[in-house]
Design a protein around this ligand. Sequence first.
Ligand SMILES: Cc1cc2nc3c(=O)[nH]c(=O)nc-3n(C[C@H](O)[C@H](O)[C@H](O)COP(=O)(O)OP(=O)(O)OC[C@H]3O[C@@H](n4cnc5c(N)ncnc54)[C@H](O)[C@@H]3O)c2cc1C
Length: 482
Amino acid sequence: MERGGASGPLREEGCGIGRDLRESREGPRHVGGGEGESFEAGVVQVLGAAVGKKRGQKVQAGAKAQFGNVEPVAKAGREAVAGKKDVAGFGKAAGKREVGVVKGAADGDDLVAPIQIRLWVWWHLRYPGFVGEWARAGGMTRVDVTIRGAGIFGLSIAFACARRGARVRVIDPGGVGAGSSGGLVGALAPHVPEAWNDKKQFQLESLLMAEGWWGEVVSVSGLEPGHLRSGRLQPLADARAVEVARAREATAAVLWGDAAVWRVEAAPAGWGPLSPTGLVVRDTLTARLSPRMGLAALAAGVAALGGEVLRDGDEAGLVVDATGVAGLAALSSAVGRPAGGGVKGQAASLRFEAGNAPQIFVDALHVVPHADGTVAIGSTSENVWQDMATDAALEALIAKAVAAVPMLAGAEVVERWAGVRPRARSRAPMLGAWPGRAGWFVANGGFKIGFGMAPKVAEVMADLVLDGRDGVPEGFRVEASL
Ligand SMILES: Cc1cc2nc3c(=O)[nH]c(=O)nc-3n(C[C@H](O)[C@H](O)[C@H](O)COP(=O)(O)OP(=O)(O)OC[C@H]3O[C@@H](n4cnc5c(N)ncnc54)[C@H](O)[C@@H]3O)c2cc1C
């Protein structure tokens, strides 16, 4: 049965098969039906994204509808969602009516008629908590959350949601790691411990939770993402740099507390950077992670938890758009103003066995030893570029790395890679509801620290999407970039 046109007849959705309703895409239309209205045996004409069901499911003859006076936000296709007029609260009485919806079931199941069930209402309609509750209670047999984008943000959010009992579907036409997450560097490096703000605090919390969070990924997936808090060395170029670094010893003690140290010490013999002063800053907060192994582990973890990672598929349930630069362009065009853009970066991987040695940061250059006997070098930062090729800028970066860390001289370059980082206009991550699009959320703007931010971004987004709990810092809100 097809939906009517802009003003054509429409079969009632969810109950009362056979009744034609007038539809206007501009205005609300009635889908719920009155309390006690009987279902006829027949095929449900529900919109999949609203309640996680497909058209074509069957309902039991004579089952009683328990809908309240539900009115949908009229939108085309899968964006249609149930709105509400006078629903007092989820699962509660609205006037004299109790509200609920038809429960989803597998195709061919006979009985999916309403029993004592809860109304699937979107978070933005101010009914927090119900999605997570329902998912955890096993009420959903299909997909609760669709995540677009299999980069570090999309897969981390998918993993966090799946771990909380939601059924997730990740869709990425390019496959896992097709975007900026599919690179080489994997430095989980903190901001300097001073001039504190929301972004630095969020990142600190994310870095501190990373070990346990990735440990959970390992235990669910059986795959190793190469996470290790191996620390970092930064050479100090002159007396002024030493003075600033020593001042940060004190601020780090306050801001990081017992969690990690930042201290000035003699440059080590062996693995380490050249230091004109003979001194370096060593911090014990910085970690490494293999980007590709991390993504593989997350994808396997999602699958182990009953989710799916697809190149193509339909959206169902709530939708999280984590599509990186493409998503920023789509959002910009949807809201009619620039929400962000991309910054190209080039990186390289050298064959060099540095074991678990600390990474090195010198003059904006990351040198990161990984567990597979390579050392990653990154990255260029280019606001303008012609294509995704690597070029002379990367060769200069490699030369700079060898000059800073002479032990790398002669190491074979095993891979050169380029990607485009998604940078929100605010330069901070962009998390929250997609403006004006019911049931859609945005997770974007990882920019240069997406991997470091991922564990906390994932949990904050799962809180928001599944439970309606909003822990998004002000500066990370979507509106902050619009
Ligand atoms: C050279 C370089 C070095 C970096 N080094 C570090 C580092 O050391 N540490 C760190 O923390 N961060 C680093 N970053 C930044 C980090 O990689 C990004 O912040 C992060 O990858 C962003 O992740 P994402 O999931 O938001 O985006 P992406 O990884 O770009 O993922 C977006 C995905 O969406 C998919 N997609 C696009 N359109 C659609 C659609 N319509 N439907 C479904 N899917 C779609 C794409 O195929 C892509 O896979 C680096 C980045 C670069 C380029």
